[in-house]
Structure formats: C-alpha cells, structure tokens
Design a protein around this ligand. Structure first.
Ligand SMILES: Cc1ncc(COP(=O)(O)O)c(C=O)c1O
Length: 367
C-alpha cells in the first residue's frame, strides 16, 4: 500500500485566487508586461522607493530574526500596541495557517462569515474541522446581519470564527461594536478578523475603527502588508492579538518563516508613510472616476468601502475570458459562489481608462 495522506485532505478545497496566472498568460500569448491586472487588490503604485533601496543591503547569508523584532517594533510604533501583541507572518495567509495549527482541532466547528476569501475554509478543512457558513445575500447588498450571525453562533458554538472587514470580495464592513458583541457572548471562541484592506477603507471613512482597538482576549486581527505596501512577491503580514495568543502562534510557526528580505522591506515600507498617503489619495481619485466611467457605460458597480468592488455582469467567467483577449484580467467570482459577478480592483487611472475604452468599443461593435 502506498503512503496515504490524512483523511481530512480529501475535504480541502482548491482555492481560486486573483492575480494573472503566468501559465494562462503564456497560453494566450500575452506579454505579462502588457497585461493590466484588475484581479489583484493591491496598491497599483507599488512599493515605496525606500523598499527597493533596503532590499539591496539585506545580508542573504544570515538567518533572519526568528521573531522579526525590528518589524514588530516598527508596527508597534505605528499601531500604538506593544510588540508582545504582534506576530509577523509570511503574508496574511500564513497567519491563517498558524491560527489553524494553534486553535483548530479535528471535528471542531469553524464558522465563516461569507461569501469571502477562500483560504479560511481551506485551513479549517485541513485541520479536519466542520465548516459552518453564514452567507450574506445579494438582495441585502451583501450586508452582514448581526442577529443572523449571532443566531448561528449560538447554535453551532464554533471554536473559531473567520470574518473579513472590509470583506473580499463584497467590500462590506462589519462594525467593531458588532464584533465586540459577538466576541463577548462567546468568550471561548477565537474571532479572527481579517483587516487586510483596513487602510484602504480608513482613508475614505474618517473614524473607521479597527478591531485592534477592542483589545479583547478572544480577538485576533490579521493585516496584510502585501496589498497596501506593494509587497505581494515578498510575502508579509501580521496579526495583533493578546500576548497569550501571540505566544501560541510563535510556538507553532515554522522556524525563520518570515525571510530577511521581507522583514527589511516591511521596516522600510513603514518608514515611508508619505508614499502610502499619496498612493491612497490617487487610488481613491482613480476609483471614483473608474466607477463613474462604468456607470456611464450602463453598468452598476456595487457600493464598496474599499477600492475594489463587484459588478453584476451575468456571466463572470465569460467576461473574464473576453477581457483576457485584450490583456485585461478581471476576477471571475464563481469561486465565491457568485458566478454572475466579476470583481474589479482600481488600478492606475490610465489603466482603468483602458478597460473603460475596451468596454465602450465592444459596446459600439455590438450595436
Ligand atoms: C481577505 C484577504 N486576506 C488575506 C489575503 C492574503 O494576503 P497576503 O498576500 O498578505 O498573504 C488576501 C489576498 O488576496 C485577502 O484578500
């Protein structure tokens, strides 16, 4: 008999992600440099020049700091929370794995507030957990119903809850007081709040509160540094949680899991807030114009707290294929259970205009 994987593996779903797939581009004969990728929700202006400079001086032969202390200190100064409440990760994604390793037992129930990022389900299934979804509906603008979620929490009593705010792909927010109410009612449950897009929303919504401020014993907040700071290729994220939860995540993490280049890039990125501020101003300006341009074409982008949004096009997969021919990559939302939608992230103004012009041209041809 051949070696057999754990039985839970059979239930681990394949998760689709945004970002142009190099193999697919090659098959279509597309030059990656010519492609505009609306399926990635990152900062279209890329990393700060301070990051590029910092990369050149990282000693490749030395092991990275296993506790990423310089990065955690920089984050501590920025967030106003002690470094003992911060854990760095190889992207926000790795932190989901660390939560699963530390807190999800086989046959636990894990609750996911959806439709949302596919990796929450993947890590839960990997641990052999049962997954219970509460799904927001299109008819209510994908708003999260606090009482609806509370009712499921009371019934299934999950060990861990995953929720994302602003949510990928719907762009909806869950207010912190609602999260606090759920968390206080279920002190034995760990609430994992993915705020990977928090800063994008906070730039527009003055006074937007983060779940970090709640400082509750059963809340862990995950943030990605790959989106806003343009570090997707380097992989970097962090979580803020009570020190005892941080200690568990450090305990289960692989050694040297955040490489030296990523750590140095993170520290450098955090020193250049001016770059981030400029990028956010331009992104939101471009986002407003992009949405207006789509509306002029008779399309109806859904409201969103962030710079990406859903568009009901009837058949997301067909739209994706059609636009790919022009080197424009959009996110078909079938994997979120939303096959009639595509998700568009705002890119640079001239790139958004390229998509608008393509749609306008197609429309003229069809009439
Ligand atoms: C909600 C959400 N969380 C986490 C991630 C992963 O972020 P990272 O690139 O930091 O692993 C993504 C990326 O698409 C995301 O959309």
């Amino acid at each position: 008999m051949l070696p057999q994987p754990k039985s839970a593996i059979a239930n681990v779903p394949f998760v689709t992600h945004g970002a142009a797939d190099p193999a697919e581009l090659e098959a279509w004969g597309l030059d990656p440099e010519e492609v505009v990728d609306f399926s990635v929700n990152d900062n279209p202006y890329g990393p700060s020049p301070a990051v590029t400079r910092a990369l050149a001086s990282v000693p490749a032969h030395r092991y990275p700091d296993r506790e990423a202390r310089a990065l955690r200190r920089a984050l501590s100064a920025r967030l106003g929370v002690g470094p003992e409440r911060i854990v760095a990760g190889n992207g926000a994604s790795e932190l989901l794995w660390l939560v699963a390793l530390g807190y999800i037992r086989s046959r636990d129930t894990v609750m996911i507030v959806g439709p949302t990022f596919g990796e929450y389900e993947r890590v839960a299934r990997l641990m052999g957990a049962r997954v219970q979804f509460w799904r927001a509906r299109a008819e209510t603008g994908f708003a999260v119903d606090p009482d609806g979620v509370a009712a499921v929490l009371d019934t299934v009593r999950p060990a861990v809850v995953f929720l994302c705010t602003p949510n990928n792909p719907t762009g909806t927010l869950v207010p912190t007081d609602v999260i606090a109410r759920w968390a206080r009612a279920h002190p034995a449950c760990l609430f994992v709040v993915d705020e990977s897009y928090f800063e994008f929303a906070a730039y527009r919504l003055a006074g937007l509160r983060s779940a970090i401020e709640l400082d509750l014993d059963n809340i862990l907040v995950i943030r990605s540094l790959t989106k806003l700071y343009g570090l997707a290729g380097l992989r970097l994220g962090y979580a803020v949680a009570p020190p005892q939860v941080v200690a568990v995540l450090h305990r289960v993490a692989p050694p040297w899991h955040v490489n030296a280049v990523a750590q140095a890039a993170g520290v450098a990125a955090l020193t250049d807030e001016a770059h981030v501020g400029r990028s956010l101003a331009r992104v939101w300006d471009a986002c407003d114009k992009f949405r207006r341009g789509l509306e002029t074409l008779g399309l109806a982008p859904l409201p969103s707290a962030t710079h990406f949004f859903l568009l009901d096009v009837g058949d997301g997969a067909a739209w994706r294929r059609r636009l790919l021919r022009y080197g424009l990559v959009v996110r078909d939302c079938a994997s979120f259970g939303l096959p009639q939608y595509i998700r568009l992230a705002t890119r640079r103004e001239e790139e958004n205009e390229r998509l608008l012009a393509t749609l306008a041209r197609e429309r003229r041809r069809a009439t």
